[in-house]
Write a protein of this length. Structure first.
Length: 384
């Protein structure tokens, strides 16, 4: 994996970039943008991001790449989201996820972008990008009802609506949805409703313990609307053959999630003709019986989380050298400096962001997810 680091001193922003660069193929970029001048106002930081986006998109390494998905992490969505969305919508043509998950470096926002070259952007009611017979949908599903149902009802509404929208595009949630992120307001209270609604929708769509579920992260996150208990970010691909998708289990390290009452996969990889793309779900310090490892010990939990992620990557014939980006979630802000030091020492070049977000089991102090990619030569499938 090639890693780049851009530091725009004059505007107070840095960009961590990874690139999958295969000769005469689609270039695939992961970019995480940070503020490097923390003691500035929100308006100053937002203006810096706006300027940085223009500079990054004109940078020689990212020349001709287009942004195909974006997630903005905010420290205070209630007071920030509207202003950010107005400014970013001028530049970003993709669907943008805005979620309150404060960056733990003390700044007010951070940005995760995915970029591709040689793709065509379209709009069939949803923004999509396509290349070589694959159509990719990175879609944010917002709850827009005026009344305030509970988390179960809101999640079921989101999933059912997503399912119907996929059908209109000749897709379905069981076959074509690769990844979901479920951001839950007050996760310690509302997560169980998410779990039950997801089970119900998946059961209706033929997913059960004997088939498969979907790679997913369920984590604390808020929008600017206090009535919204659930925000869902999604990724689906139309045009895949069933055999291109493989799910990851790492059974020596982890147990099936349904054994402790939830329904998601630990990870998934998709084989294209020229590369393998790996998406790991939120992964924490757990053993193969579903027990929390190293309770109360943040350092021990980080190491066990790394072991579990390494086992999932190994099952996909990958290593940490293939990782393109990481998102790390911490329950306690006081753990940030230690965890940052550990990640800096082990993964100095990998683009990542560390966020304040309670994890769905109260004993988990840290959780991480990642995306990896490796070169593949498989004539059975079309290139990415």
């Amino acid at each position: 994996m090639n890693y780049l680091f851009k530091r725009y001193i004059e505007i107070g922003v840095s960009a961590e970039i990874s690139v999958m660069d295969l000769p005469n193929k689609v270039k695939d970029f992961q970019v995480i943008i940070h503020v490097i001048q923390q003691a500035t106002s929100f308006n100053q930081q937002l203006l810096s991001f706006h300027t940085a986006l223009k500079m990054i998109l004109s940078d020689v390494e990212l020349h001709k790449a287009v942004i195909v998905s974006a997630r903005c992490f905010l420290s205070d969505a209630t007071n920030q989201q509207e202003q950010v969305s107005i400014l970013f919508s001028e530049i970003l043509r993709c669907d943008i996820c805005y979620v309150e998950q404060p960056p733990l470096d003390g700044t007010k926002l951070a940005l995760w972008l995915q970029l591709r070259t040689d793709v065509t952007i379209g709009n069939d009611g949803w923004i999509f990008y396509e290349h070589n017979g694959y159509r990719h949908y990175s879609i944010v599903c917002n709850y827009d009802q005026k009344n305030s149902e509970n988390s179960y009802q809101q999640t079921l509404c989101l999933l059912n609506n997503y399912e119907e929208q996929l059908k209109m595009r000749e897709c379905n949630i069981e076959k074509d949805c690769i990844r979901t992120w479920l951001f839950v307001r007050d996760v310690d209270v509302n997560y169980q409703g998410v779990v039950e609604a997801r089970k119900e929708n998946f059961r209706k769509n033929g997913m059960n313990n004997n088939t498969h579920y979907i790679a997913s992260t369920g984590i604390e996150g808020k929008t600017s609307n206090p009535q919204v208990k659930i925000l869902m970010d999604t990724y689906a691909i139309n045009g895949l053959a069933e055999e291109q998708i493989r799910f990851l289990y790492a059974k020596d390290n982890l147990n099936p999630t349904y054994e402790y009452g939830v329904t998601f996969e630990r990870g998934v990889f998709i084989d294209f003709g020229d590369r393998r793309k790996v998406y790991l779900s939120g992964t924490a310090s757990i053993d193969n019986k579903g027990q929390i490892m190293h309770p109360g010990d943040i350092e021990g939990q980080v190491h066990r989380t790394w072991e579990n992620v390494a086992a999932l990557l190994e099952e996909a014939d990958c290593t940490f050298d293939d990782v393109m980006q990481m998102i790390v979630y911490l329950r306690d802000v006081a753990d940030y400096q230690l965890v940052k030091k550990m990640y800096d020492e082990r993964f100095p070049d990998v683009p990542r962001v560390i966020l304040l977000a309670s994890i769905c089991r109260t004993g988990w102090l840290v959780e991480m997810e990642c995306i990896a990619s490796k070169t593949l030569c498989n004539s059975n499938y079309r290139d990415f």
